[in-house]
Structures are given as C-alpha cells and as structure tokens.
Design a protein around this ligand. Sequence first.
Ligand code: WTA
Length: 635
Amino acid sequence: MSYYQVKNLEQYFKHYNKSIREPRKFWDKIADENFTWYQKWDKVVEFDMQEADVKWFLNAKVNITKNCIDRHLAKRGNKTAIIFEPNDPKEEAQHISYNELYDRVAKMANVLREQGIKKGDRVCIYLPMIPELAVSVLACARIGAIHSVVFAGFSASAVTSRINDSQCKMVITSDGGYRGNKSIDLKGIIDEALEKCPSVEKVLVVKRTHAEINMKTGRDLWLQPLLEEAIPNNVAEIMDAEDPLFILYTSGSTGKPKGMLHTTAGYMVFTAYTFKNIFNYEENDVYWCTADIGWITGHSYILYGPLLNGATTVIFEGIPSYPDFGRFWDVIDKHKVTQFYTAPTAIRSLAKENSEWVEKHDLSTLKVIGSVGEPINEEAWHWYNNHVGKKRCPIVDTWWQTETGGIMISPLPFVTPTKPTYATFPLPGVQAVLMDEKRNEIEDNQVVGSLCIKFPWPGMARTIWGDHQRFKETYFTAFPGKYFTGDGALRDEVGYYRITGRVDDVVIVSGHNLGTAPIEDAINEHPAVAESAIVGFPHDIKGNALYGFIILKEYGESRDRANLANEINQHISGHIGPIAKLDKIQFVSGLPKTRSGKIMRRILRKIAEGDFSNFGDTSTLLNPEIVEEIKNGRL
Ligand code: WTA
C-alpha cells in the first residue's frame, strides 16, 4: 500500500488541485500501485455524463476478494481480519485471521457454486451482523455473483420487492438474529417474503439462535453441513473492471426502491483509497464501524475498504444500549479500538445518558473518530469530541451516499482543521460544486446551493438495476452534465462544506434514508385511508422523525383515532419495516394542493416543524383554507 498521504493543508491543496487538473493520472497511479490485477486497463475512464454512462479502468481484469484476502496471506496470514463481537457480551468474541477468512470464503464460494450459483446471478443476503454475513458477501464476489444485501430489519414485503426487482436466485438467511434482549425470526420473514418470489430456487440457512423454524423441502438447506464438506480452496472468478459487484437498494423520493448497481474495479479503488486516508489507518490499528452491513456504510467501511487495506475490522452484532448504555465504550476498551465510526443518532442517544457510562471505560487507544449518515448537530459534535475523542481525536464528519460508493467530503485527520457540523473539504479526486437555482455553478464562498459532482469518480454507482432511464433522470438531468446528490449544502468563507439536508422528498431518520412516497403508498393501502402526506420534522435523537397528515375515508371517520393511528403504524411496519413508523399522525380533512393537484409539502413541513411564520407563496393553492385547519390541529 503506498497511497500518497497528505501531511498538511498545503499539501492537501496541492494534491487536490493536481487531482482536478489531471484526474486520469491521479486515479491511474492509485489503481496501479495498490492492487493485484490479472490484467491492467487500456483506458482509465470513459464517460458521458448526459447519458449517465461511466466506465473506469476499461478492460482491466480483477477479483476484489483476491485483493481483500489472498494477497494479504503471505504477510498477514495470521493477522486478525475480523473481530466478531456478539450481541451478548458474555458470549466470547471471535478473532478471524486472514488465513481463516480465506478458508471460510473459499468454502462458502464452493457451496454457492455447488448450489448452482454462477457469475452474474443475484443472491439476496438477509442476515444479522454475524461473520457469515461477511463471508457470504465475499463468497459472492469471489465467484462473480452479484450480492444484494437486504438489511435484516426490513419487513417481508420489502424483502419481496427487492428480491423480485433483481430476480434473485438464492437467499442466504439464518434461523434468527439477536438484537439486545430480543430475538428476531428472520427465517419466518423470509418464508413469508418468498411466497411471492418465483425466482428464488434455494435458501441457505445459518444456525444462530437455534430457534424452531420451518425448512421447506427442496428449497431450504442448512448451511453448516454444506460448509463442512466443502473444500477450503477456491479459484476466484476473473472479473472485468465493469462487471457488477453488488446491488444495494436505497429509497427514492418516488415509487419503488432503487437498486443501485456498483461495479468491481472502480468501487475497489475508491473504497480502499478513502478508507486509508480518512481513517489514517496503520498496520496494527483496530478499526470499528458500528453500521450494519445491510447499508452502504457497512459494505464500504466494515468490509471492503478495511479488508482491501489488510486491516482488522470489528463486526458488532448488538445495539448501543445492551446490556447497558456503556456497550460501545466497553467494546472500544475491550478490543483496543483505534478508529471508531458511528452515526449522529447513536451519538445523540448515548449523549442523553449519564456521562459515567463513557468515563468509566478506557478509550485511550482511539485516534480518529467518525460520523456518517446524517448531519451532526453542534451539541452532539461537542459531546462526541469531549467525551469520546477527549479533544485529541479528530472527528471525521464524512459526507457520502449509497450512490457515491465511498466518502466524498470529509476532513483528513490531523490535516484538515475540524469545524463542528462541517464535512469540510472534498477528497482529492472529488470535484464537488454548488449550483444555483438557474443551474449555474456558484464560484463564490459563503453561499448555499445544490450539491453536485462535476467529474466522475471511480466509486460511483453505474446505474439503477433494470432502469437506466430512472438513474439518468434522478441524478443527471437536474443539472445537465453533473451528478446531482439531492442534498443542499452551504460553503463557508474558506470553502468548507456543510450539508444542510435533502432537497427532495427523502427524509433521513436515524441515518436511514426513507422515501416518503413508498410510506404514503403503504398507508394508502389501509382500508380506512383516503390519502396521506408524510414529511420530516426535527427530532432530538433521530435527527428527523416522520409526521403523517392523513385523510380518512368515510368508513374510517367513525373509528377511534388512537386505534387507527396504531393500526396505520403496524401497517407501515409490515410493509416497510419498523424504522418507517410515524412519530405523529394528524387526521385532516384535506391537504394543501396546487391547481395541478400537487401536494404543497413545503407548507406541511413548516407546520410539522411548528414554524408558522412564513408559508411563502400560497396563491397557487386550490384550497388555502385547509392550511388554517391543519395548523390548528397540529400535534
Ligand atoms: C445524508 C449513507 C450530513 C445525506 C452513507 C445523503 C449526511 C444521505 C452525511 C445518504 C453527513 C450522509 N452529513 N448528511 N456526514 N452523510 N448524509 O445513501 O443527505 O444511506 O444524501 O448513505 O445521507 O444516505 P445513504
């Protein structure tokens, strides 16, 4: 590994400017010096941003797992690749060396092949945070199967739609999963989901909770016996640079979830490079990211980024509050964690507990601490800085998205002076720009605008699975020739970026992207509901929470409102998952609509926030009188 690491701000500026002047040369060098290739590229990048058509490292041949595992074996075979910290602190942690990881991935890859999985097939992985999740992901990549990890908190119908969208041939799941003092019946959810998934031929089941489950003959197989018979050796599939690596679903502001497709070489180069630089990773460090592998943060910064760097990465099965509010700090202490990466929601929820939970643990091994997934407010930033980083660990507030594959804007530790709530500077190679309402690029500082990226980067998603048109429309048409992030941002006097939040109908709740449209669709299916509109409003812990304005059908009018609100939340839970439940439900007789029938969400957002000061131009409303009613009924 020999990525050039900048040592001070002056070097950063020089390096950044060079990366912008000569992006091809910049990425060419990084790709050339840090990976094992079967064959190198003919051309670094080829793109047409109008058509949303981007290719990196053309015609190169590579396998990402050779880079994550095999090439480390000679030097780091006995080094710990994965530390597994179980939900229950009384259960012993596991230390999986690179040698053992190789064996386990090779065996799993052989099992997948024996069960009929070939290069290009889609495999849905619905597992708790256990080593088998990492092994399954890597085994898919080993044989060129496209993994589609679905977060194990999604409901059966959310799983169904994701499996059907990408026509998965196999599901890998477990008999259950632990979360604090609960256990979750994952296999039951899969059984229900698969009632409507004709493409799935096989289900491999990991034993974790030993719960009683149904095994469907001819379809379901216990994984362990198959692994016991498998050979611990596997020849990796030779992948083209642009062969798909994985699909990961993210919410859109409209309609069904978007299956973001990431390809092999560009994603590999980008996650490895960003991991090394943003976390200042050094050989004997122990790195811990608390995300779930079901989200992009887990893909890029629990698995691929760290393993590509030969790092030791912690996989934590549990939750921050179990068995008590000191769990995170206990794990850092126990495993001597050097880099810790978590979400503002977790920080806020722990900050409201007694600070003794933190103080009683030794956090002196920490060097860099990170934040991801949503804006971090000033109070949480300071708490994190004072109590966890003890004012000596730089906070890397990392801005990025499922679509970007890896971190785009972030301080570089010990290089970029941090500033609370600011993600600061774009990384070298990332051409961030702000656009005004007239679609012009804003050159000045001290401005706000829509955040765009004006040159491709290797880690970017290449398309939405099965719907390139939607990919193009969602990200490449608002500002032609540029990638539009959907976020608004402010740039301060020195050029630091602060992400102000989504400018579309996506709401980030506890760091999870939730499109309001799919939730509305779910609610509208309830027999008592005529129409609904969901908006986000600020919440102390979750960042944002959801507020629903709901019009009832005549049938619903006679029902008890509290019961109905409960039922509606149950309904959302069943359709999407508990994370999408509404915090507030207000029943209304109408919604503010424009003459063209569009709901004016801006007004609903203001009401939900409790800000009645300025509703802006309401002259285009068809029913201005409804605003007063909704305002008076605010919860
Ligand atoms: C938001 C998560 C402020 C943003 C990696 C983005 C952030 C969306 C930050 C992507 C941050 C992510 N500061 N906002 N540091 N990081 N976001 O796809 O709105 O789950 O567009 O990827 O989260 O969420 P996603």
